[in-house]
Design a binder for this molecule. Structure first.
Ligand code: ATP
Length: 504
């Protein structure tokens, strides 16, 4: 992960938000390459979910909505995570991030003088997976040092215990009882900051789909089953953002609400499993690193009749990319009840009126981008200018996802005809794809720079292109493929068609 995070920064995929001010925990900025990768992902999702289907339409809802939406959906009362706090260092954790049993605990006797110079004794329990007393001692000292205390001595009294009390992973301190913490960001609409002006930044895009269900049904004139798709920002005040962009406080979701009859729900839940796994394969994620995990009854929302997560083997463990839930008619019924407006569907054949059920595949843009980068990262060996093997960092993106599709190099930058020809090719390809022109440095170095950002193709304009060596090769170039490093000779005129076929 460290190598990936540093590559992301070095080459302009992802930066810390507000970095020059020390950053903001849980917020990230996508740089010039990151934004291309993210757009390619979102465009491909939109293409397969909306453009290539007759049964799904799109929408783009607002982030701020009437507070009543969040009351009716249940978010205001129940969109919470149980949170615990360390009594010593005051760090906060999500309850499920603290291991249930700490097999080893140590009693620390600390003699210190406080700010007034009085010598006092304090006892603290420190715990962890193994008796690494020295490290713990240092932690205890640093925590108390922060309070302005001067240490006289610290004695540790090691001992095993079966006491299932849980300890802070950072300092070993006691952990509080869990309490509920609402994950929605609260804000005020308008000039007065009172209760009547409260609303929230949306924690998911789905609710705007539910509340616009009737409008969209009317204008699109779709018959069940049909879906409404949306890509957009969501905000959650996560207790402990971590694993780079994996758990952020501001992120994007790609959500589909697929409406159906009650009797179709379970079957459609299964149908979307295959579709969604295929999607991840088609953007270049290996099948064997993808897993559909059935969410057991006790973890599932009470209204859901079946949920599974699509997980990916990240370098930090197997984690969720997407959740697919059969939400029954819960959401539409809640909004119908709270708003007093009918959200029913009228079946013209059977003349029945009913509230449709829904299956929701809900994917994270940022998590998928991170998975793409993790999956693509690799190191191999390639010859340098003198033919000596050196380590090469390659992002093996699927050409469909790669931020830059093709790089164009004149062999030498001080030979005008080579440069002119290369620029002509730039003009030829630019309307079709994102390309990059580079004339600086040795050609091997230029290839290496592109390998590192995952550009799948490289075109070199050389003296053969000018027809200087062999008239038959005039107006041909070498086309180099990133992964195999194989080079083929192709006619310039054929480049757009050849490349377009490989990148779509
Ligand atoms: P988790 O259990 O990891 O908190 P969740 O089950 O709460 O996720 P959902 O509410 O199902 O997530 O949201 C759907 C998708 O939105 C997730 O699969 C994930 O890809 C994305 N997502 C949710 N929370 C975050 C977050 N804090 N940062 C980045 N992506 C997120």
């Amino acid at each position: 992960m460290e190598k990936i995070v540093s590559l992301c920064k070095r080459r302009g995929f992802i930066f810390q938000s507000s970095e020059i001010y020390g950053g903001l925990n849980g917020a990230w900025d996508y740089g010039p390459l990151g934004v291309e990768l993210k757009r390619n992902l979102k465009n491909y999702w939109w293409r397969v979910m909306v453009h290539e289907r007759d049964d799904i339409v799109g929408m783009d809802g607002s982030i701020l909505m009437n507070r009543a939406v969040w009351k009716a959906s249940g978010h205001e009362d129940t969109f919470t995570d149980p949170m615990v706090e360390c009594d010593v260092c005051k760090r906060r954790y999500r309850n499920d991030q603290i291991p249930a049993l700490t097999p080893f605990r140590t009693l620390a006797h600390i003699l210190f003088s406080d700010r007034d110079g009085n010598v006092r004794e304090e006892c603290a329990t420190v715990g962890g997976e193994s008796p690494k007393d020295v490290r713990r001692k240092a932690r205890v000292q640093s925590e108390y040092f922060n309070l302005g205390w001067k240490f006289e001595s610290v004695d540790l009294e090691p001992g095993h215990t079966n006491d299932p009390a849980r300890c802070c992973p950072h300092c070993g301190g006691e952990i509080s009882e869990p309490r509920s913490f609402n994950l929605m960001f609260k804000t005020y609409v308008g000039a007065t900051e009172d209760e009547s002006a409260v609303t929230y930044l949306r924690p998911e895009t789905a609710q705007s789909i539910f509340v616009q269900f009737k409008n969209i049904l009317e204008v699109s004139r779709k018959k069940l089953p049909f879906g409404i798709a949306q890509i957009g920002k969501a905000f959650r005040n996560e207790i402990n953002p971590r694993n780079f962009t994996f758990r952020s406080r501001e992120f994007e979701q790609m959500e589909l609400e697929y409406f159906c009859r009650a009797e179709q729900g379970i079957e459609l839940l299964e149908y979307w499993k295959e579709e969604r796994v295929k999607f991840y394969e088609n953007i270049g994620i290996a099948r064997e690193k993808l897993h559909a995990r059935n969410v057991p009854d006790e973890e599932r929302a009470f209204y859901s009749k079946g949920t599974y997560d699509i997980e990916y083997d990240f370098p930090f463990g197997r984690q969720e990319l997407e959740g697919v839930a059969y939400r029954t008619d819960y959401d539409l019924s809640q909004h119908q009840k709270a708003s007093g407006k009918s959200l029913e569907y009228f079946d013209e054949e059977t003349k029945q009126r009913f509230v449709p059920h829904v299956v929701e595949p809900s994917a994270g843009v940022d998590r998928s981008v991170l998975a793409l980068i993790c999956e693509a990262y690799s190191e191999d060996e390639a010859p340098d200018e003198k033919g000596k093997l050196e380590t090469r960092i390659v992002l093996r993106f699927h050409p469909r996802m790669a931020p830059i599709k093709c790089a164009i190099f004149p062999l030498l930058k001080n030979k005008e005809p080579l440069v002119a020809k290369a620029k002509e090719i730039v003009g030829l390809l630019r309307p079709h794809m994102n390309i990059f022109y580079d004339e600086s440095g040795a050609i091997g170095r230029r290839y290496r720079r592109q390998d590192e950002i995952g550009t799948p193709f490289g075109v070199t304009v050389d003296f053969e292109t000018l027809g200087e060596k062999d008239a038959a090769l005039r107006d041909t170039v070498t086309l180099r493929e990133r992964d195999s490093m194989k080079q083929e000779r192709v006619a310039i005129q054929e480049l757009p068609a050849i490349l377009r076929e490989r990148i779509t």
